[in-house]
Design a protein around this ligand. Structure first.
Ligand SMILES: Nc1ccn([C@@H]2O[C@H](COP(=O)(O)O)[C@@H](O)[C@H]2O)c(=O)n1
Length: 261
């Protein structure tokens, strides 16, 4: 049975934030309930694994799940917190003599090539076209999403048999067609930086939970996991969230079947 593992559920700085002594960062340093690596998931199938995003915590994340290698990586957008682990993945490819496969829409691949010009020596670059692609039995479709003040990011819709999963880690203020892409999902993984963010809307780049809950009323997914959470979120707090919403934790696993999702 395919499964999804949360390798990271943190915002762009992770939790704890290196400079911060707040209660949540201190808790993350001690018991570690709120320790959150940068957002990424691994989808495990019988045929092989698919990593979504490869941020600066990639090595630690692989050690945590005791996995030595991954061959196939999808990238949502070329921001530091989603791609900074690529050079380390490529070093592993080089030392193992195995060329990896990286997938994203063309402009994302272009930025990655510009940032890390040595990667194409050890990676096959695959453009994900708007009509999508197939990998290990999953149909994977991309859609460009509003990422607020930080530009644009892709969400992926992954379908296998009856199971339909949406991964949208970095989005805010979605337009009607962007919302349409995330409708009728069995499982939605959605980024929410805070429970309720006070900063002015035009300065922001990711939903907060209060806004996300409103969005869910339109999208009506069966099950939801919030990810990309900053140090304002305490996973032990009883927030007012619907019963089908879970705050994802590092290492959490979800069976990718319609019954279990
Ligand atoms: N052109 C850019 C803009 C931002 N970044 C990095 O993205 C992160 C901010 O992410 P949010 O999810 O909080 O919007 C942060 O790590 C910036 O350094 C980038 O790489 N390129």
């Amino acid at each position: 049975m395919d499964e999804l593992i949360f390798l990271g559920t943190g915002d762009s700085m992770g939790v704890p934030r290196v400079y911060c002594d707040c209660m949540i960062c201190e808790e993350a340093r001690t018991t570690g309930m709120n320790r959150r690596y940068r957002s990424a998931v691994m989808i495990r199938t019988a045929e092989g694994d698919i990593l979504i995003d490869c941020g600066p915590d990639w090595v630690t994340q692989m050690e945590q799940i005791e996995q030595r290698f991954v061959s196939h990586t999808l990238i949502t957008h070329a921001h530091f917190d989603h791609i900074a682990g690529l050079p380390e993945w490529v070093d592993a490819c080089r030392w193992l003599g195995q060329r990896g496969h990286i997938y994203s829409p063309s402009e994302v691949l272009e930025t990655i090539r510009a940032q890390f010009p040595w990667l194409p020596r050890h990676l096959y670059f695959h453009e994900i076209k708007p009509e999508g692609m197939e990998l290990y039995g999953w149909k994977i479709e991309p859609h460009l999403m509003c990422h607020g003040k930080n530009g644009m990011s892709y969400a992926f819709r992954l379908t296998k048999g009856d199971m339909c999963v949406g991964y949208c880690s970095d989005a805010i203020n979605l337009s009607p067609d962007q919302k349409l892409f995330l409708m009728n999902l069995d499982l939605l993984i959605l980024g929410t930086n805070f429970y309720h963010e006070e900063a002015e809307f035009h300065t922001r780049s990711v939903y907060d939970m209060v806004e996300a809950i409103e969005l869910l009323q339109e999208l009506q997914p069966s099950q939801v996991y919030f990810t990309h959470m900053g140090h304002g979120v305490d996973v032990e707090e009883r927030y007012a969230i619907p019963s089908n919403v879970t705050l994802a934790r590092t290492g959490m696993r979800i069976a990718l079947t319609v019954e279990d999702a």
